[in-house]
Design a protein around this ligand. Structure first.
Ligand SMILES: Cc1cc2nc3c(=O)[nH]c(=O)nc-3n(C[C@H](O)[C@H](O)[C@H](O)COP(=O)(O)OP(=O)(O)OC[C@H]3O[C@@H](n4cnc5c(N)ncnc54)[C@H](O)[C@@H]3O)c2cc1C
Length: 489
């Protein structure tokens, strides 16, 4: 008998979502990730849970409707990680006409299932905080509702749920060979040791590596030639505006650029995509993309933004396919095998629809195994056991229970761990009981939690993916964290 029902190679959003869905349906699952969870494309796309309004212009109404239905599910099922926001589109005299935008957003409201999110509206920005960072000529903006997400924590939360439902999650483990027979037999290098694993089905969720993995490790026929590597990039700047809005700026070429609040003191500006050649492990944002964003911002904001203001850039590569000029929402291929073990290939796509993509992928295996029905549409992610409109109440409750937490700390911790915060902070009565401090915000208790429950192995895993504290942490605190983690591992 094979060791597992399903082996998944690749721990991005697609791999983790697949692991969660399959484990919850009773399959024995193993996920194999060569680096850290969410360390590649899953950290590089726009962190939005939305029905892309740009798709309305291309008459992809059904797709937008599906996205909006998934948006509602995320808001309810992951209220700590997915936060509704008001998006503001300042009207630019040289861009889309106001009547078109207004009609589009009204249609957008109607495509959403009945929701408690406020409808779109027209705002006179000369008397509204939205107007504060904007240049004077801007008089009107449209406001509508959508949501932002902590994408890397979403991947980790999926993996945590999968593990709690029995899945084995291996990070720092690289699949180097897979032989296909009546089962898949995988060779995995796990921290220097070669391990052999067998599984009744295999999923290739290796994103930008999928073509290479398919041909050289799985030795299968090539993936469709229409799949092309695409690079997405975003940049972080010191906070551009005070309001809790996501701004949507229209650039000269018609592209929509998002600028969203990020970790209180920063703004995330993105995203731009273009064709990529080279090694996906070595990807950097080109200087011309930074200039492109700065130009877009200069058309709207009062304060100039210079390339030298950029604090950090985020880039990743995935394979994508365009159909009539519109990017497909991810790739899902299924090879049932004909007397050999099945193979799923799943990569790319929007964060918003990842749950649904995984559900469809696992359902493809129903002829092969007995499994329980679809379940993720109504299941909370770990930490999501509170009502979506009670985030601030959860923060108040946390400050009541752990009185030493500042408002800022409580916001961050509830945003990361939600209703599971007690697993991180325990019964601590004061800061000292949380152990060694690594700067003002990170404590030994949190680091230990992340190492034992969320597969963090190196400081980078904590500073950039489990948290974003790398943005503010001092080098001496980083060094202390590295020493501490080296001692625990
Ligand atoms: C160009 C681009 C455009 C995007 N556009 C959007 C968008 O419009 N909207 C949106 O919501 N999101 C967008 N995103 C982000 C989107 O969320 C991601 O594409 C998505 O998270 C899916 O990533 P993935 O799981 O397919 O791949 P990844 O996150 O890249 O995960 C693949 C993983 O496989 C691992 N791996 C590779 N080879 C091996 C091996 N041999 N053994 C073990 N592990 C291996 C890698 O280390 C990597 O972690 C975009 C991303 C990109 C790059």
């Amino acid at each position: 008998m094979a060791d597992y029902d399903l082996a998944i190679i690749g721990g991005g959003l697609n791999g983790a979502s697949l692991a969660r869905d399959a484990a919850g349906r009773g399959l024995r699952v193993i996920l194999i990730e060569q680096g850290d969870l969410a360390s590649a494309a899953s950290a590089a796309g726009p962190p939005l849970i939305h029905g892309d309004p740009a798709l309305l212009e291309r008459r992809r109404w059904w797709r937008v409707r599906t996205q909006l239905a998934e948006r509602e599910r995320w808001i309810v099922n992951a209220p700590h990680l997915v936060r509704p926001m008001r998006f503001a589109v300042p009207l630019h005299p040289k861009e889309r006409p106001p009547s078109l935008l207004r009609a589009g957003l009204m249609f957008y409201d109607r495509l959403a299932s009945p929701t408690a999110l406020p409808l779109s509206q027209t705002v006179d920005v000369t008397h509204h905080p939205i107007g504060n960072p904007l240049q004077r000529p801007f008089g009107i903006a449209f406001e509508y509702s959508d949501a932002v997400v902590d994408a890397t924590r979403l991947v980790v939360a999926n993996a945590v749920d999968a593990a709690e439902r029995g899945a084995v999650i291996m990070t720092g483990a690289r699949c180097v060979r897979a032989d296909r027979g009546d089962a898949w037999r995988l060779a995995v290098i796990d921290r220097g040791h070669r391990r052999l694993i067998s599984a009744r089905a295999l999923a290739n969720t290796t994103g930008a590596w999928a073509q290479t993995v398919n041909e050289t490790i799985l030795r299968q026929p090539p993936l469709p030639r229409q799949l092309r590597p695409l690079q997405a990039s975003q940049m972080l700047l010191p906070r551009l505006f005070d309001t809790d809005n996501v701004y949507v700026f229209q650039h000269r070429d018609g592209r929509l650029i998002f600028a969203s609040p990020y970790e209180r003191d920063f703004s995330l500006v993105g995203s731009v995509t273009h064709a990529f050649t080279g090694d996906p492990a070595i990807v950097a944002m080109p200087a011309r993309d930074i200039t492109y964003f700065c130009e877009a911002l200069a058309r709207y904001l009062r304060a100039p933004v210079h390339p030298t203001d950029v604090v950090r850039t985020l880039s990743g590569v995935n394979l994508a396919q365009n159909v009539k000029g519109v990017p497909r929402d991810g790739v899902l291929l299924f090879d049932p095998g004909r007397r050999r073990a099945p193979l799923i290939t799943m990569l790319g796509g929007e964060i918003t629809t990842a749950r649904r993509r995984a559900e469809r992928a696992v359902s493809l295996l129903t002829p092969f195994y007995p499994m329980s029905p679809r379940w993720t549409a109504t299941a909370r992610l770990p930490g999501g056991d509170f009502a979506w409109d009670r985030f601030d109440t959860e923060v108040d409750i946390a400050r009541e229970r752990w009185r030493f937490l500042s408002e800022r700390e409580a916001q961050r911790l509830v945003g990361a761990y939600g209703s599971r915060l007690a697993q991180v902070l325990g019964e601590a009565k004061n800061r000292d009981e949380l152990g060694q401090a690594f700067g003002p915000e990170l404590t030994e208790a949190e680091v230990r939690y992340l190492m034992t429950k969320e597969w963090a192995r190196f400081p980078e895993d904590i500073l950039w993916r489990r948290t974003k504290l790398g943005l503010t942490m001092q080098p001496s605190d980083r060094d202390a964290l590295a020493v501490f983690m080296g001692g625990v591992a």
